[in-house]
Unconditional design. Sequence first.
Length: 189
Amino acid sequence: MISLTALLSTFALAAPPFAPPPLLRAEVTHEVRPGDASSAVGMQSLPAPFLVIERTLRPQGQYQVRIEERVIIRIAPSPPATRERMLSTLPRRSMETRYQEVKLDSCVPIQSIAGVAPVQSNRLLLFMRDHRVLSAALDRACDAQAFYSGFYVERSSDGMLCSGRDQLQSRAGSSCEVAQFNRLVAVKD
């Protein structure tokens, strides 16, 4: 009895090699584009197994993908309980104490902002994680009351919120630029 492998090996040796004829390779050397009428005519004359091989030999299209990342950070208003707790840690002073604004650098780390509250017509109070209270003066045309529910700011590469550079987006849709940052300092009369 003849084994199956011996039978298959004789068929494999007797069969012609499974490669496209040399003329086909010469015909396919030109660039084939989808929808090209001349390439469609040449491919219709090929047997079905050779069409599959010819399709695999075609150059594949290469595409470039560009990924851009945009991070938006939301600063929410601090709850009243949190504001009271932060203000209660400040030393108690008599009623004669008032607060004065001292000019700060033009940038503040975004990560250190814990909450926000509108104060005057164009000022926001920023409650910092290190228990400082900052004042952010907005452009003259901006209304701080639009930021009653916090604001969004696009994260910059340096992670800072800078005056004259970054735009604050209110949840109501208005957009304002910070003109200046100040720190609130207690001053005795």
